[in-house]
Design a protein around this ligand. Structure first.
Ligand SMILES: [Fe+2]
Length: 319
């Protein structure tokens, strides 16, 4: 397959949108029957980390399905989003719905780990929520750094806009944030733009959003620069996590566990990133700040969308 996605020509939109290429769509149509019969189960694929859960497809693939999965995985592996965001829509169509996407991501997460030097990839479950408070822009900062998120289920017009912010815009927001120390800004950028052997979500999230001295000001500066996109089923984005930050505004009503489907992996681009090398002074600085951080409970370490963002950001206007 030459390309997985193609650009949609829509001059009325302020953004460049993409969707499956004709070739990819035709391949997905041919896979639909088999995908819809696949049963998945959740497995802990990273024993030491809370986030290491992934759906695993419980199936033996036919040669045709196996070959299609390999082709799509190869496209994702070779894909070079570089610093651009790939905004996607119309990813679900006809019989290729949420269930088929779920089966596809489960198969791809296993395939992307095979023979491609990828450290780990997963299609991670999302926790359902009875009431939602949104999630400010953040980077997941898993050890694997390509993030393919797709909205696959929602109640009509639930109000949960997609929020996106480029690393460059974050740097501008931090530059304008006078109370934020240069060391904190530098650490955040280092952690966002380099790979790490360990998940660094909490470090960056705490430095951005849990500091009495500068978080309120930073949130204001970020808010001025956010991309806000009204959500529709079938929409998604493909980003290098950290070069773009993502989040969403609060949803009216409960959050369904199938609202978002997430495939996380490394590819040829992200595997070439250098590993972060913080100085001893940087590490001490982080440790001191994290000690001061008031953690609501252990669940806040989770990257599920259940994070009670607003309860620690009472002045945030993420809603
Ligand atoms: Fe996230």
């Amino acid at each position: 397959m030459k390309q997985l996605f193609c650009t949609i020509n829509d001059s009325s939109s302020e953004y460049v949108w993409n969707t499956w290429s004709d070739e990819a769509k035709s391949m997905l149509k041919n896979m639909t029957n088999e995908l819809s019969g696949i049963v998945t189960k959740v497995e802990q694929i990273e024993p030491s980390e809370q986030y290491g859960l992934s759906y695993i497809a419980n199936t033996i693939m036919t040669p045709n399905l196996n070959s299609s999965i390999k082709e799509i995985a190869n496209c994702l592996y070779m894909f070079k989003p570089s610093e651009e965001i790939v905004l996607l829509q119309d990813l679900l169509f006809d019989d290729f719905g949420a269930s088929e996407l779920h089966a596809l991501f489960s198969l791809l997460s296993a395939e992307l780990c095979k023979d491609r030097s990828c450290t780990i990839s997963f299609h991670s479950p999302i926790e359902s929520e009875t009431a939602d408070q949104g999630f400010p822009v953040h980077a997941d900062l898993f050890c694997s750094r390509v993030l393919f998120n797709v909205i696959s289920f929602m109640d009509d017009n639930d109000g949960g806009d997609i929020l996106l912010l480029s690393n460059q815009q974050l740097q501008k927001a931090m530059k304008d944030c006078e109370d934020m120390p240069a060391r904190a800004k530098n650490i955040i950028i280092k952690l966002l733009t380099n790979r790490s052997h360990k998940d660094k979500f909490n470090e960056v999230f705490d430095l951005m959003y849990r500091q009495d001295s500068w978080s309120y000001e930073l949130i204001q500066k970020i808010d001025e620069r956010l991309m806000r996109i009204p959500t529709k089923v079938g929409m998604g984005y493909l980003i290098i996590d950290g070069l773009w930050l993502h989040g969403r505004s609060a949803i009216r009503g409960p959050v369904h566990s199938k609202r978002l489907q997430r495939l996380v992996f490394d590819n040829k681009t992200t595997l070439s990133f250098p590993y972060v090398n913080l100085s001893a002074a940087d590490n001490e600085y982080i440790d001191e700040l994290l000690k001061k951080t008031h953690r609501l409970n252990k669940k806040s370490k989770s990257k599920s969308l259940s994070f009670k963002a607003k309860s620690i950001l009472p002045n945030s206007n993420i809603n």
